[in-house]
Design a binder for this molecule. Structure first.
Ligand SMILES: *Cc1c(COP(=O)(O)O)cnc(C)c1O
Length: 472
């Protein structure tokens, strides 16, 4: 066995340039114009420290000529935002980890306009005095859902929390044992209830809850029945839950008998204004159906199937919404002007009847199979021209985001089979822009459904670049 002579540590240290010498170099000086003196000098010191540590561990000093590129690369990576734009090739449309719903161009434009200048967030132009920020979406939401009134808060978790805190605190809330769920990200219905000051009264069993279970659980202390949509799981087999209509009738009857009328609160989770059935998906309860069936308040997310910015929407009876607006928590949970601008533009697409055409989530859901196939085939051809072999196969996309669990849409996938798939996927994630893919049975699956066509070129370039790095 031959072994290389250990580098002489002291010689290696001596090869390291001085901080000042690096900062004075012609190819380093211009970096200060872009990043500022302090950042350049900090980058130089950090890189020198790292080189010293590496030498102490047995490495050699980096070649003299490499320093400018090392410094520039360090500054560029430091300067990059942590929140980066990525290409979502996973085929999961509402991907919570990747920012859920991409916004329509109308919503993006409205948000940019709101960001760039002043606006009538809380200003009444007619009267020339203070106005209310809730006016911007309430009429649209009321019109679209058939509810008397509406308000927007930070997200749906906040919406549920506000409703329970403001209207049920100190009293009982009845929930079916089949609906005591965790939504994800630590949002557990029993925990939210206890935080709100309401007491949980479990009703029925995990798989079967009957109307009579609710009937027997009603007491003068009951503030509400809370329904929680099973957004992210599906119960099959010997299961039953009473319908909203029957619960509404039960509460109506109870009120006639006792003079007390507990609320019927429906947390729809995703909530949709469009019929999912028309898109080949299982039926999701629509917000307007829930209102029509007798819910007093309905809560849902702005950035799931609605396809807008992050928000929690509460629609329902006028006097209840008014009480929510007056509650001190409403101020803490309120939405900002950018959200309101994006939300209003998104809702206007629904009013125009143009939601499916204009809102990316619905564009993706309704993308025709032949179009997906031709895009996958185009990717395949572009890669073949670069000597990269890929297959196009039938596969499935998911709606995701706690909507329509287990429901899939037929798609066409581009399949890559690099020798080390996980390493290759990591290389795609390190690209610019990063590309996120699915891996199944050691194969990389890329779904055109969630890749915007304007991203096609970057996607192909990213796949090629990562391919070229293999074996390096
Ligand atoms: C997603 C979801 C929530 C939480 O909504 P966010 O907008 O993410 O806060 C609450 N309830 C249900 C049923 C959900 O599906």
């Amino acid at each position: 066995m031959t072994s290389l002579p250990a580098p002489n540590v002291r010689d290696e240290y001596r090869k390291l340039p001085a901080v000042d010498a690096l900062l004075r170099r012609d190819d380093v000086v211009p970096l200060a114009i872009e990043y500022g003196d302090a950042a350049v000098s900090a980058a130089v010191r950090t890189l020198l420290d790292e080189a010293r540590t590496a030498i102490a561990a047995g490495a050699t000093a980096p070649p003299e000529a490499d320093w400018p590129t090392r410094i520039a690369a360090r500054l560029a990576s430091k300067n990059r935002s942590s929140l980066r734009t990525v290409i979502n090739a996973t085929g999961v449309i509402i991907h919570t980890n990747l920012g859920r719903a991409p916004l329509s161009s109308a919503a993006r434009q409205a948000m940019e306009d709101a960001a760039a200048g002043y606006n009538t967030l809380e200003y009444n132009l007619e009267a020339g005095e203070r106005g209310s920020r809730s006016v911007h979406t309430r009429d649209l939401l009321a019109e679209l859902t058939g509810a008397e009134d509406a308000m927007a808060v930070n997200n749906n978790a906040a919406a549920v929390y506000l409703v329970l805190s403001a209207l049920c605190s100190g009293r009982d809330v009845l929930i079916s044992r089949g609906e005591l769920v965790e939504i994800g990200g630590g949002f557990r219905i029993p925990d939210v209830l206890s935080q709100s000051g309401a007491s949980l009264r479990e009703v029925g069993t995990t798989n079967r809850t009957h109307l009579s279970d609710f009937e027997q659980a009603l007491t003068p202390e009951t503030a509400a029945i809370l329904r929680v949509h099973s957004s992210n799981f599906r119960q099959i087999g010997f299961v039953t839950q009473p319908t909203l209509v029957r619960q509404a009738a039960l509460l109506h009857e109870y009120a006639e008998r006792t003079g007390k009328r507990p609320l019927l609160i429906d947390d729809l989770g995703s909530g949709t204004l469009l019929e999912t059935r028309a898109y080949g998906l299982a039926p999701e309860p629509t917000v307007q159906m829930s209102i029509a069936d007798g819910a007093d308040l309905v809560t849902f997310s702005g950035d799931k199937l609605l396809g807008g910015p992050q928000a929690g929407l509460i629609v329902g009876r006028g006097e209840l919404i008014a009480a929510l607006r007056r509650h001190p928590l409403a101020r803490a949970l309120r939405v900002d002007k950018l959200t309101l601008a994006g939300l209003e533009a998104t809702l206007q697409s629904y009013r125009r009847g143009a939601a499916a055409a204009e809102i990316p989530v619905w564009q993706m859901i309704s993308a025709p199979l032949d179009q997906l196939e031709s895009r996958a085939l185009n990717w395949q051809a572009a890669l073949a021209a670069a000597g990269i072999e890929a297959l196009v196969e039938p596969g499935e996309s998911a709606v995701g985001g706690g909507a329509l669990p287990g429901e899939t849409l037929a798609t066409r996938l581009l399949v890559l089979t690099p020798p080390a798939p996980h390493e290759y996927a990591a290389r795609l994630r390190r690209g610019n822009p990063p590309i996120i893919v699915r891996i199944s049975r050691e194969r990389l699956l890329l779904d055109p459904r969630t890749v915007r066509s304007r991203e096609d070129e970057e996607l192909i370039a990213g796949i090629k670049a990562a391919w070229a790095q293999q074996g390096e």
